[in-house]
Design a protein around this ligand. Structure first.
Ligand code: BGC
Length: 258
């Protein structure tokens, strides 16, 4: 089995997107395909969508999936924005079985970060990088000298108000509460300041849906770290998921053969 191209999949709260990725260049080999996230998004219904994506691309190679929760050794550990029935589910085993293909599952912010550090806004940056993905939830990933610290959950720190940050400053909250960009940006700045106080990253990369709109809110951000938008924008998650499958190739094939 060749590992030049890997099907990258990004499982999100509203859509599940996939495309074969050229691992060397990080480029999408075919136009991205998006299927709305099923409601309820249970393990069984999401597995069907993963299989549909595999079939759409007529894919017969390895698969990497970014998943919106803490994922350790393929097992989902949390469920902030997904169906609670995921907790304890071995997503990796489930998708491997449903697709019949070797499949890796990791946290979605971790996969987005891998892509940005290799091909995007964090390329060649040697200091501490924090990437924050802002969409339905808030995801985080930390890199120190290019090495990933997996499954950080800085989207769930408590702010001064005692509120979970994600429920205060996500893009979903901006939309649901009808906040103007300025109002939302002040909330997001409060959030970033708190993370900066705890972690002191030197570079903050903003990913997820809002990365395309950074000119609407960057003027309100007062953190000391340099703040830049994700270069790969909304595609970072699926590119990084493919990359992660390549990096973990031995582990992936081992799980597949068992
Ligand atoms: C989850 C994270 C995830 C983020 C973005 C949060 O609610 O806890 O694991 O990375 O949403 O999807």
């Amino acid at each position: 089995m060749k590992f030049k191209r890997i099907l990258g999949i990004d499982i999100g709260g509203s859509g599940i997107k996939g495309s074969p990725v050229d691992i060397k260049s990080g480029e999408l080999v075919e136009a991205r395909h998006r299927i709305p996230t099923p409601v309820p998004a249970t393990p069984e219904s999401v597995a069907v969508v993963i299989k549909n994506l595999v079939d759409h691309f007529n894919w017969n190679g390895p698969v990497g999936c970014g998943f919106p929760a803490v994922v350790q050794n393929g097992i989902v550990k949390t469920a902030a924005n997904i169906d609670k029935s995921w907790i304890g589910c071995n997503a990796q085993e489930l998708f491997t079985k449903t697709t019949g293909l070797p499949t890796l599952v990791i946290n979605d912010a971790d996969s987005a970060g891998m892509a940005e550090v290799k091909f995007g806004a964090g390329k060649k940056f040697k200091g501490t990088i924090l990437l924050v993905t802002v969409g339905t939830g808030i995801g985080s990933v930390v890199f120190i000298k290019g090495r990933l610290l997996p499954n950080t959950e800085f989207g769930h720190i408590y702010l001064n108000s005692g509120q979970d940050a994600e429920l205060f400053a996500s893009d979903a909250v901006r939309k649901n509460e009808g906040l103007g960009w300025d109002e939302w940006a002040k909330r997001f700045d409060e959030y970033l300041l708190e993370v900066e106080r705890l972690l002191w990253p030197e570079l903050i990369i903003i990913g997820g849906g809002v990365s395309k709109k950074i000119q609407k809110f960057s003027e309100y951000l007062t953190v000391k770290a340099k703040v830049v938008p994700a270069k790969l924008q909304n595609e970072a998650g699926l590119i990084g998921a493919a990359l992660a499958a390549k990096v973990n190739k031995d582990y992936l094939m081992q799980g597949y053969r068992q």
